[in-house]
Design a protein around this ligand. Sequence first.
Ligand SMILES: C[S@@+](CC[C@H](N)C(=O)[O-])C[C@H]1O[C@@H](n2cnc3c(N)ncnc32)[C@H](O)[C@@H]1O
Length: 254
Amino acid sequence: MKPKQDAIVPKNILNLLTASSRFDLWAGFIKQQKIKVIAEVGVYRGCFSQFILKEYQGIEKYYMVDPWRQLDRWCKPANHDNSRFESIMSEALDRNSRYMEKIKVLRGTTTEVIEAIADDELDFAYIDGDHTLRGIAIDLVRVYPKIRVGGWLAGDDFSSSIWQHPTSYEPTLVFPFAVYFAEAVGARIYALPHSQFLIEKQEVDEFEFFDLTGKYTDLSIKSHVGTVKIVLLNVLSFLPFSDAIFKVVRKFFQ
Ligand SMILES: C[S@@+](CC[C@H](N)C(=O)[O-])C[C@H]1O[C@@H](n2cnc3c(N)ncnc32)[C@H](O)[C@@H]1O
C-alpha cells in the first residue's frame, strides 16, 4: 500500500503542516473546526488539555480518560507506581482547575470507562495512552463509535519507527496500525508533522492514506525487525542513554 501524495488535500489539513509543535497543531485545528466535545485518552500531567482549553474557549465538554495507576500489561516507560500516579493525577487536575466545569474525569483504562461517553457524542478524540499494539487496537476500536460522522479521531506517537523506546519495552505500533484501522473502517487518514495522525470519520467509505510528511513510505513490519537492526538496537538499548538520546542515535541506522 502506497501513501497518497498527489491527491487533493483540503486546505484546513494543509494548514496543519506549518504548526511549530503538536500543541499548536491541535489547538489551531480545534479552533478552526469549532470543536465542542473532546475526549483525550491518556492525560498524564494534563499539559495537553491545559493548552487546548486555554487556547479555545468554545469547548463545552472535555473528557479526560486515564487510569492514573500502574497497569499490569503496559510495558512502557511511563508505567509508574501507584503513589507517583496519584501525584501525577493531582497535578493534572490542579493544572486544569479553572476549566473544571467543562471537564469530565473518567478514571480508568479506555475499556473500563469508554461507555460513559455516548455513541456519536464526540467531535474530536485525541489518543495518547497505551501505544503498544494491544493499546492502540483497543483505543481506536473502542473510541471510533463515539465520534460523530464528520468528526475526527487524532493521536500522538505516530512514530515512523516502532522502536520508539529501548527494546526492553514493547514497540510502539500506532503506525502502521492506525493506517490499517482507517482502511478497515473506510476512512481517510493523514500523517502529520510532530508524529501526529488524523482520521476523518465520513459517511462514505473512502479509505486513503495521505502522508503529508514523506516519512511513512514503508508500512511493513519486516523493515523494523531485520536481524542486523535488531542486534544494533539491542546493543544500543543496553547503553545508559536517556530516551531522548536513544531516539537521536537510533535515527542513524534507520
Ligand atoms: C503519554 S502520556 C499522555 C500525555 C498527554 N496526552 C499530554 O500530551 O500531555 C500516557 C498516559 O496514558 C495513560 N494510559 C496508559 N494506558 C492507558 C489505557 N489503557 N487507557 C487510558 N489511558 C492509558 C497513562 O496512565 C499515561 O498517563
